[in-house]
Structures are given as C-alpha cells and as structure tokens.
Design a binder for this molecule. Sequence first.
Ligand SMILES: CC(C)(COP(=O)(O)OP(=O)(O)OC[C@H]1O[C@@H](n2cnc3c(N)ncnc32)[C@H](O)[C@@H]1OP(=O)(O)O)[C@@H](O)C(=O)NCCC(=O)NCCS
Length: 159
Amino acid sequence: MDVEVRNAFIDDADVIAKVHVDGWEATYRGVIDDDVLDRLTVTRRSQQWAEALAHNLPVWIADHEGKVVGFTAVRADELSALYVSPEVYGQGIGTILLAEAERQISEDGISTALLWVHEKNTRSQDWYEKRGWKKTDELEAHRIGDLSTGRAVKMIKPL
Ligand SMILES: CC(C)(COP(=O)(O)OP(=O)(O)OC[C@H]1O[C@@H](n2cnc3c(N)ncnc32)[C@H](O)[C@@H]1OP(=O)(O)O)[C@@H](O)C(=O)NCCC(=O)NCCS
C-alpha cells in the first residue's frame, strides 16, 4: 500500500483518535472489560490528542490517498503509541511507522528504545519480536486513559 508518513498537527487529532479507538476495539474486545471499551469515545480521545499535539508530542501519521490509516508517537526513549486502522492490518503500514519511530528515538541520541504492551496482546508482542524487540521481566499497570486494564510488559530494542 502506498503511504506517506508525515508529522501530525493539531487538526489531525480527530482522525488519530478514530484510529486509536478502532485499534483498541480490535485488539482488546474480549481481553479487557467490556465496560472499559464501551466508555472509550473518539471525542474524548480527540481532546487528549489535541492537547498532546499542542504540547509538541512528536506524532507521525501514515496517510494513504488523503486518509489517515495509522499513527505512532514517541516520548524520549519510549515508543508510546503505534496503531494502524484495523481494516488495513497486514499491509506494511505498522512496519513503516515503527521504522519512523525508531529513527526518531535514535536521532535523539538514545541507544535503547522501550515500549509497554499489554501482557495479553501476544500478537503485537510477536510482531515486535520479529522486528528486533525483546521482552523483559518488567511489568507495570496497563492503563487506557485513567482506567486500569491489567498489566503491561516492557519490551526493549537496542538502536
Ligand atoms: C501491531 C500493528 C501496529 C501492526 O501493524 P500492521 O500494519 O498490521 O503490520 P504490518 O503490515 O507492517 O506487518 C505485517 C505482519 O503482521 C501480521 N499480521 C498481524 N495481524 C494481521 C492481520 N489482521 N492481517 C494481516 N496480517 C496481520 C502479518 O502476518 C505480518 O507478519 P510478519 O511479521 O511475518 O511480516 C497493528 O496490528 C496494530 O495497530 N495493532 C493494534 C494496536 C497495537 O497492539 N499496537 C501495539 C501496542 S501499543
């Protein structure tokens, strides 16, 4: 699939939120409480993304023919988010965004990147492992917004 990766701007907050909420639904329905998923709204998430973008959180989006089909965000040494629209999974977009996020972290002079992934999200853990990431023994609370949603495992990758 032909995609262009570019920096996100505040105006992208709505579409980023839509990809994010769709990604949670596809990944976590049946894994975490339905109550939590049912309370997630694009509107609320959009406000949070607009705020993050206003504070210059580095976010990149993958654009396919004018439509946002994925995004990634980094915070210092952490890959803090990577989501692709579920309808275009498996077409290489996640791999492109991951490379962009890793490039950004390494350009900041950081030699080891980290991320946290839900301990039951084994599909994504396997996906990262195929791309050079390794699981550690470190676990912490997994949260979606201010809601507690189980535990997350830390993964790292030397850059
Ligand atoms: C993990 C994720 C970013 C991968 O993005 P993607 O664009 O589907 O990945 P790519 O197309 O670049 O990678 C293709 C690989 O995914 C596999 N794949 C996983 N799910 C797939 C699906 N539903 N359809 C097709 N292929 C799929 C392919 O077999 C292929 O395998 P490979 O590793 O042998 O190459 C994406 O699935 C996603 O957004 N998941 C939900 C959010 C999430 O868990 N994020 C990570 C934790 S924050």
